[in-house]
Design a protein around this ligand. Structure first.
Ligand code: MG
Length: 300
């Protein structure tokens, strides 16, 4: 959909919020949140009308102790109801096997992350971009019978380790992801360095290079531009937006990276733009209060 179509259809445009707070948010919290609290939080997301939730990650429990209870959280959610799609992050074949062992029919998607920046990929995943890309085929093959695999290109709009990220570096990762069998691409502004003009331009560029590709955006608010960038992405036709309740979550490997775009702010803006997210803002507020009580800290 181009931006003129978007303007014509704006009152009827459906949009999807993918809540990543339980994974991307909590993984940066030092205090381990009890499994039953995580389940209660995610159930509140569902009650608020959120239908796409990245619940947890099957990364090594040693690397991410906060999410060591991935299987228990997913199974503890029981039947989340019709239309809810749960997802989990994986980093390798072992993670996929753990996901396959999990009895949760609404777990229908796995997510993988590869950075457009060589240095960030090494810091975040301890391997080169090339090595990460080589591992995708096995992940997709193992997941194929049960899961859709989506891929995030992190640092797509800038990396503090590397001066600039060229569109070609983003395209290279997307190309390998699609070749491996990944069906949806998320452009991640991991360090919050993107600017609205750049966001629109990169989306157009990706569309040109990969016609028909399904796109999502994962934005951070590090420099206070999260919402402006989200608006630019929506105007360029992206309707799947990732965010976290209360703006929780930074990136442990990027000094000073503040959190993801806050779900409440994003939903409010999308509704003002005439986009129907299906999310109830009052109930979302309850999620935020609950999260605050769990973490015992102020969230925005
Ligand atoms: Mg994030």
């Amino acid at each position: 959909m181009n931006s003129s179509n978007w303007q014509q259809n704006q009152l009827a445009t459906p949009g999807t919020i993918r809540e990543v707070g339980a994974r991307d948010g909590l993984q940066n919290e030092k205090v381990i949140v009890p499994t039953e609290m995580k389940i209660a939080l995610i159930k509140r997301f569902i009650d608020a009308g959120i239908t796409a939730i990245e619940v947890t990650s099957f990364m090594s429990p040693r690397a991410v102790p906060q999410l060591a209870d991935a299987g228990e959280v997913l199974e503890g959610l029981g039947d989340p109801g019709p239309g809810v799609v749960l997802s989990a992050l994986v980093g390798n074949a072992k993670g996929v096997r753990r996901a396959l062992d999990t009895k949760q029919p609404a777990l229908r998607e796995l997510a993988v992350v590869v950075s457009a920046s060589e240095e960030h990929n090494r810091a975040n995943l301890n391997r080169s971009v090339e090595e990460s890309l080589r591992g995708l085929e096995e992940i997709c093959r193992l997941a194929a019978d049960r899961f859709k695999v989506r891929g995030t290109v992190s640092t797509a709009f800038g990396c503090p380790y590397q001066k600039e990220i060229k569109p070609e570096e983003v395209f290279r990762v997307i190309e390998a992801m699609l070749a491996a069998g990944i069906v949806e691409i998320t452009l991640g502004d991991t360090a919050g360095m993107g600017e609205p003009g750049q966001v629109g331009k990169l989306i157009m560029g990706v569309r040109e290079q990969f016609p028909g590709v399904s796109l999502a955006l994962h934005l951070h608010d590090t420099r206070g531009r999260g919402l402006q960038n989200a608006r630019a992405g929506i105007e360029a036709g992206v309707t799947i937006m990732e965010s976290s309740v209360g703006g929780l979550g930074g990136c442990p490997f990027i000094p000073g990276a503040s959190g993801n775009v806050a779900t409440g702010e994003l939903v409010r803006m999308m509704h003002q733009m005439g986009i129907d997210t299906g999310v109830d803002l009052d109930r979302l507020q309850e999620c935020q209060l609950f999260l605050r009580s769990v973490l015992d800290k102020k969230t925005v």
